[in-house]
Design a binder for this molecule. Structure first.
Ligand SMILES: Nc1ncnc2c1ncn2[C@@H]1O[C@H](COP(=O)(O)OP(=O)(O)OP(=O)(O)O)[C@@H](O)[C@H]1O
Length: 229
């Protein structure tokens, strides 16, 4: 579950975020420079909002009022970047194992690297290095490493944009399957409106920091409906 209600001052505008998602995929669309990456980074703890509150799985990770700002490594978030960010000197298996939490597992899903490699159908690549696998395979390894962290929320910053259409379609299906299996919210930044339509249970467009709901309903609308019932 993610509930984020915050503002972040940027040099040319202020980003205003107000989202709520308990399960499923929230797609974030918008022009270049609209504030999408800033949104993800505020949720992850890589940037600090100017004002507001962020809750993940009912835990407050940021609150300007309470002075709470939980560091990124304690937020239980998987973050997938466009450029995969794999370690070139480590094998696929070592890259995946790198995601394993250092402390004892805190979730009921105790995962081995073998489980995750199998889940993403890359067991046969375990001993290869990143320069010996394709772009689509690299993205699977990056996804495997993110899942290995046992996240409560997965942030995906244009994860498929560097891939060819065929690989992209396969991985889109894979994301849907993983989300259904994992049952945690995914936030997907994409430039591709069709991808947002296909994968997003909710779609939010950001323009100059202001959000517009394209698909799904705002928390305010849902609460209003409950109050009227
Ligand atoms: N480190 C920074 N310092 C100053 N301004 C920044 C910094 N990073 C981003 N910005 C500005 O903040 C605004 C939002 O940037 P952001 O990266 O969130 O946009 P985006 O929607 O993710 O864009 P893109 O689709 O091109 O990745 C932009 O106007 C950008 O110029």
């Amino acid at each position: 579950m993610l509930e984020a209600h915050f503002k972040k001052k940027l040099p040319s505008f202020e980003l205003e975020a107000d989202v709520s998602i308990s399960n499923g995929i929230l797609a974030l669309v918008g022009h270049s420079g609209a504030g999408k990456t800033t949104f993800l980074q505020c949720v992850a703890g890589l940037q600090t909002p100017s004002w507001g509150e962020i809750n993940i799985s009912n835990k407050t990770v940021f609150s300007s009022e309470l002075g709470t700002n939980v560091p990124i490594r304690k937020r239980r978030i998987g973050y997938l970047f466009q450029d995969y960010a794999l370690f070139p000197h480590m094998t696929v298996e070592k890259n995946v194992l790198y995601g394993k939490p250092k402390e004892e597992s805190v979730s009921e899903k105790v995962l081995t690297a073998g489980d995750v490699l199998e889940m993403l159908k890359i067991t046969h690549l375990r001993n290869r290095y990143p320069d010996q696998i394709s772009g689509g395979e690299k993205q699977r390894v990056a996804l495997a490493r993110a899942l290995m962290t046992e996240p409560e929320l997965l942030l995906l910053d244009e994860p498929l944009s560097a891939l060819d259409q065929n690989t992209r379609s396969i991985l889109q299906q894979e994301l849907l399957r993983l989300q259904a299996q994992w049952k945690i919210p995914f936030i997907l930044v994409t430039h591709d409106r069709q991808e947002a339509e296909m994968l997003g249970d909710q779609i939010i467009k950001i323009d100059q920091g202001k959000q517009e709901i394209i698909k799904g309903r705002s928390k305010r609308e849902i609460i209003g409906e409950l109050n009227r019932a």
